[in-house]
Write a protein that binds this ligand. Structure first.
Ligand SMILES: NC(=O)c1ccc[n+]([C@@H]2O[C@H](COP(=O)([O-])OP(=O)(O)OC[C@H]3O[C@@H](n4cnc5c(N)ncnc54)[C@H](O)[C@@H]3O)[C@@H](O)[C@H]2O)c1
Ligand SMILES: O=C(O)C(=O)C[C@]1(C(=O)O)C=C[C@@H](O)C=C1
Length: 346
């Protein structure tokens, strides 16, 4: 919002004053307050961004206030049916509410984990409920700096899809970490041996427990049903291993590989027009700075930079994302000439 509409005054409200000071110090917000209702009464647009359980409580509180009649209320919560239910009393007063959910983010939380391009090219799901086209356009106009792909869904569709592609994976990652920790508790090396595979599948186990507890409680039916399907899948492969059923095991992996390969490499959102370069970087102080300085000196514009893996005393893999094939090629030539090993281009 700050980039595209600098004249808008953004008031940040949070229960933690340390969070508010950080947000203000980094000029993410103009004003701060721990008094939610005071901020709400003065607002033209309200974006609720606490854990889902806090969003539903916020909606109940908003219904007790006399808000500006033309206020637009929205949220960014990861579940939508309970949020839309909690918004009903507000809607009954004629206040516009649009459910929202940007489908991107990270396992990090806190105000400094955000960045201006966090949602670039990601899907941003909208559940308009009773909101009209003008209100949806107003929200999209305000958030145009996110450069997202808007998609309208119902709350039921939302919770079903997201339970499978986001909520279930978080449960699986956390369960795997806990089970590994328990199994290797008696081994001094234990988790220290965890290599790339374990780390890639469990990155999201580092996500915020408060946020995820709220999500599981607010999408319980869908998540428990997805979990049952997942348990069934595990039971089938367990039976195939016990029976030494080689074709069944190979089928299990082949089916998964075909589906996963079709998703393409990891990239921002899923727009195909990004060009990635994966290169090995030595585990040395300043390696990252050296790469970015070389690109900057050659005026090669980076869309994103992502450290995929840095293992102690071993090279790490850096994913550099460019917005054109020409920039990608120039960057590859420049870095190869500086003795960086290009692992792959995609
Ligand atoms: N992290 C992600 O990847 C992601 C992506 C899309 C949507 N979401 C959703 O966005 C919302 C925020 O997630 P986040 O990752 O930004 O979390 P976060 O922890 O970074 O931010 C949540 C903020 O809410 C504040 N808060 C908590 N309880 C509060 C209360 N009772 N009153 C006032 N403030 C309170 C916290 O102090 C914190 O500053 C959640 O609903 C989450 O489900 C998260
Ligand atoms: O990439 C991550 O770390 C995330 O967990 C982001 C993620 C997801 O599951 O994809 C998490 C929750 C949100 O509601 C949307 C996005």
């Amino acid at each position: 919002i700050k980039q595209v509409a600098p004249a808008v005054t953004i008031v940040g409200s949070d229960r933690q004053s340390a969070t508010l000071s950080q947000a203000q110090a980094h000029q993410i917000v103009d004003e701060v307050t721990t008094d939610f209702s005071k901020a709400a009464l003065a607002a033209d647009v309200i974006i609720l961004a606490g854990p889902v359980s806090v969003i539903t409580a916020n909606l109940a509180e908003l219904a007790t206030l006399t808000l500006k009649p033309h206020v637009l209320v929205t949220d960014v919560g990861s579940t939508k049916q309970s949020v839309m239910r909690a918004a009903r009393p507000l809607q009954q007063q004629g206040i516009t509410f649009i459910g929202g959910h940007p489908l991107a983010g990270s396992h990090k939380s806190g105000v400094l984990a955000g960045r201006a391009n966090l949602f670039e090219n990601a899907y941003y799901l909208l559940v308009p409920g009773l909101a009209d086209t003008a209100a949806i356009q107003q929200l999209q106009q305000l958030l145009r700096g996110l450069h997202v792909k808007w998609l309208t869904v119902t709350a039921i569709q939302h919770d079903r899809l997201v339970s499978q592609i986001s909520h279930l994976p978080h449960v699986v990652a956390a369960a795997l970490v806990n089970q590994t920790q328990n199994t290797l508790a008696d081994s001094p090396l234990g988790l220290r041996l965890a290599a790339g595979g374990f780390k890639s599948i469990t990155r999201i186990a580092s996500a915020d427990p408060t946020m995820w507890t709220a999500i599981l409680l607010n999408n319980a039916t869908q998540i428990t049903s997805g979990l049952q399907g997942y348990i069934d899948e595990l039971t089938q492969v367990q039976a195939a291993i016990t029976a030494k059923n080689e074709p069944a095991i190979t089928r299990f992996f082949t089916q998964a590989k075909t589906t996963r390969d079709a998703l393409g490499p990891e990239r921002l959102g899923s727009l195909p027009n990004f060009y990635d370069l994966f290169l090995n970087v030595p585990d040395q102080v300043g390696a990252l700075a050296d790469v970015t300085q070389r690109l900057a000196a050659a005026r090669l514009n980076l869309v994103n930079i992502h450290i995929l893996e840095i293992r102690e005393e071993v090279d790490g893999v850096l994913q550099l994302t460019f917005d054109s094939a020409a920039t990608q090629t120039q960057a590859a030539q420049l870095l190869a000439a500086a003795n960086y090993q290009i692992v792959r281009k995609s």
